[in-house]
Design a protein around this ligand. Sequence first.
Ligand SMILES: [Zn+2]
Length: 488
Amino acid sequence: MKQLIFDSDFKNLIARPLNWTNSVEIPANVQKYIQNISNSTVIYDENLKKYYCPLCLKELNKDNCCPKCLKKYNIRGNNANKVWWEIDNIKDLKYENFYSYFDVLDGEVILYIVHEDISYNSPYISIPYRISKLKINNAFHILNKGIVDLINNKYYSYEEINNKVKKDEDSFEYSLVGDYIFNNYLYTDNLEELKNTIYRYTKIWEAKNYLKKNYVGILDLIYTPIYFKGFEYLMNLKFYTLAFNKAYLINYEDKVKQLFKDQDYVKFMIKNKFKYNDLEAALICKTYDKDLLKFMTYSIERLKKIINMTNINIKKLKDYFAKNKYKNYLLIEYYDYIRFASTLGLNLKDKNILFPKDLLAEHNKLQLEFQILKEPNMASKIEELANKLAINTYEDEKYIIKAAPTLESLIDESRQQDNCVRTYCKAYSNNELQIYLMRQRKDVNKSFVTIEVRNGKVVQARCKYNKLPNENIKNVLKKFEGALKIVD
Ligand SMILES: [Zn+2]
């Protein structure tokens, strides 16, 4: 049985055996490379900010050594796998990595992506048994005018890819690979083999040291080098951070050309490791001020929309944030604020509107008006429902849990907790779900845990910044859940 694919000119069909991926073996040197990375990548608990030995699951000591196996780890750069759970609490610790490697066969280039699944038989016994499963996730045959997904036998022309990534780069990469890849390592020991292939002008082997130390996206390997016209230019400059970070999104417009004509600024960009986002920031405002660049890149998409709506001076906005000691992430709230103000017809040329004295208070005020404008009945529906849900109020000596009483309370909770409970406003007002607020008796006005209930079950409970509650709180939640009554 043979499967048909197109040749490199996309004119003739050529055959290859069906189900060939089952017979493709990951080369021994690549396997060794994967094992080496996998075994030396520590586990980082983002909640507790602690590092663990991936082999023994013991917390590393001050010298980044494992107290059990004594292995010393380097925890900088890419050498940590982030996990969200507390190591002690989880029964099944699992995480994954991606690796890719080029294979050159008769001058043809294939990029393989390997998926590694890591699990432990039991994190509780003294020597956990670590299981690493490897499988070839994707194989892409790279041709002159496009790529062939060898596993699904699908062809994508570079033009088609270009149109798709310009619309939404992330969703295309996801549809191509079938997974969000945040941490892809490239095997670099055989890059020189690409010299006599379609990659001959790309010189990507010259970036070997960079690629060894940095994650690299899939499209940055199979699409940018072949199709993006500026790639060789960036490689000649040794501007690797940009060449391998979504350079394909760069449009050859006058502003970009202008930026690259300024040699001092090009040096500045290379020295400061500009990626595509930084370049976009520089296109909005060409500056040597690193703080201003950082401010702009926090959410460049929102910033662009803010500029579209207001014509605001970025430096003034940055000064406003600095003066009020607002952190960069408040740019998200600022964007929402401007959006509400615009919808409500406020004068966005007025300095008092552009730079309110208390951003969050104004944001909440306008959001309330905005919600009421969109759904005039929402506020009263929430209050009615909350009255009925009062039968589910839970109290013990330390905690009180009760249904969010008003639309305002939801908005306030969402601001205090920095979570997205406000998006549930409508569903809550229609009783599709219920939002309860858990508070500590010692400070009942301060947000503590936000609880989402559906069909009488707690489906989500989040502390500030969407963190998960600890065991103690979970036990209280179980009691609360046990007594829940469903209200129609
Ligand atoms: Zn160890």
